[in-house]
Ligand binder design. Structure first.
Ligand SMILES: Cc1cc2nc3c(=O)[nH]c(=O)nc-3n(C[C@H](O)[C@H](O)[C@H](O)COP(=O)(O)OP(=O)(O)OC[C@H]3O[C@@H](n4cnc5c(N)ncnc54)[C@H](O)[C@@H]3O)c2cc1C
Length: 387
């Protein structure tokens, strides 16, 4: 095996390349990334960047020397448009072909489109990449933009709400479900968080179905709910989830089902093609079902698993999924997967701004969530790993 090509240049891709070298792979590694920049961190895009006084620069995941030091070829602005599995080649925009022995797909995800009338109006934003974040930051920093409507109370929606609230905007969040972050955290945690955000002035409208984005002279002016109510807005942010960038795999007839299906070694239905990070759907050990997890921890772990397997080395220790979020000064952290639980236990905490919840399925603890207890996550992760 001489040549490994990695498509996509995010945290999963860089971690895989680094882990391949650490595991002793001496052949050629090529990373092909479509964005015109060094790979950068996504978490600040919806947090500190939005409130920063100056237009921030992307925060690189690794220094530029990383590629030279690890003998990794990195091509930016290089979109892969097709896979030829028979010839073992990827095709780049413009027609150039790159040969691989092993291919790793680390293409991430993109915002789920809302498909509503008015979604192309000025000052309607999605948030996935640096340009999105910079454009939203500029809109939020304009004093004439007073009212911000956020569609979707997932993690990204709440983080934008938090930033806009800190900037003194009138923020309203509209969510189709009965509570926030319902795919990733229990109601006790999410209700605690949204109640605190509401005390800071963020307005939440749950069980709300937005069916139109209103505009005047092509500029957003508000939203309309399915009951006919309209709400004014100068800026609208759509945060209704993400869809995996799985088209390359799909078009090459790899097994896909809401993500590129991979086994526990991150290997797809083609033994020479792996998929990792936000684009991959792997069987999770905690739930025993294939799921797609969109977190930094998951992207890094899957990258390390794939690299170890490719190099014939033992898999790294599997730690439970985890993520964090910063919301109105609260540090929210979750370990495990908050699904399939039948009991939630609130644990004692020393101050009233902190919370710790343990989620159980029968007698088995399957997840834990904390607010404002930053040192607890590692311990809770260890506790869950032992079960
Ligand atoms: C705004 C925001 C905030 C977040 N905050 C947190 C957080 O606080 N904590 C947390 O755990 N997680 C957070 N996440 C999630 C986390 O960033 C992702 O799970 C992680 O970035 C996934 O890494 P990845 O490498 O799989 O995909 P990505 O980071 O999406 O990288 C994939 C790359 O592949 C490129 N690509 C796609 N198709 C092609 C192609 N055909 N050819 C070439 N290149 C291609 C894409 O342009 C992209 O650069 C956040 C995500 C966002 C968007």
């Amino acid at each position: 095996m001489q040549k490994i090509v990695i498509v996509g240049a995010g945290i999963a891709s860089l971690t895989a390349a680094e882990a391949l070298r650490q595991n002793g792979f001496e052949g050629k590694i090529t990373i092909l990334g479509e964005e015109n920049t060094l790979p950068y961190q996504r978490p600040p895009l919806s947090k500190a960047y939005l409130t920063s006084d100056e237009l921030p620069s992307p925060t690189p995941i690794r220094s530029p020397n990383f590629f030279r030091d690890n003998n990794i070829e990195f091509e930016q602005g290089c979109e892969v448009t097709a896979l030829d599995r028979t010839a073992k080649q990827v095709v780049i925009q413009g027609g150039r072909k790159v040969q691989y022995d092993i291919l790793i797909l680390a293409t991430g995800a993109r915002p789920r489109p809302i498909d509503l009338p008015g979604e192309n109006s000025k000052n309607v934003f999605y948030l996935r990449n640096f340009d999105h974040s910079a454009a939203l930051r500029n809109a939020l920093s304009a004093p004439e933009h007073k009212k911000v409507a956020i569609l979707g109370a997932g993690v990204i929606g709440l983080e934008v709400a938090s930033a806009a609230n800190l900037l003194g905007k009138q923020v309203s969040v509209f969510e189709a479900s009965s509570r926030a972050m319902c795919r990733v955290a229990s109601p006790l945690t999410t209700n605690f968080v949204t109640n605190r955000m509401a005390l800071d002035g963020v307005s939440f409208c749950f069980n709300a179905c937005v069916n139109q984005i209103l505009s005047e002279e092509d500029r957003v002016s508000g939203i309309r709910l399915s009951d006919g109510t309209t709400k004014p807005a100068d800026v609208v942010v759509i945060g209704i989830g993400a869809v995996p960038n799985a088209e390359l795999a799909q078009d090459a007839n790899l097994s896909c089902d809401g993500g590129i299906l991979v086994d526990s070694n991150m290997c797809s239905s083609d033994p020479d093609i792996f998929a990792i990070g936000d684009c991959a759907k792997a069987v999770n050990l905690s739930t025993n079902t294939p799921i797609r997890i969109e977190t930094i921890h998951n992207a890094m772990l899957q990258a390390q698993i794939a690299a170890a397997h490719i190099c014939g080395k033992p898999s790294p220790p599997i730690s439970p999924p985890r993520f964090w979020s910063d919301l109105n000064g609260m540090k929210v952290q979750c370990v495990g997967i908050a699904t399939g639980y039948d009991r939630i236990q609130q644990r004692p905490t020393e101050n009233d701004n902190a919370r710790e919840f343990w989620l159980f399925s029968g007698d088995r603890m399957i997840a834990a969530e904390t607010v404002n207890l930053p040192t607890r996550q590692s311990k809770l992760s260890e506790a869950l790993s032992e079960r």
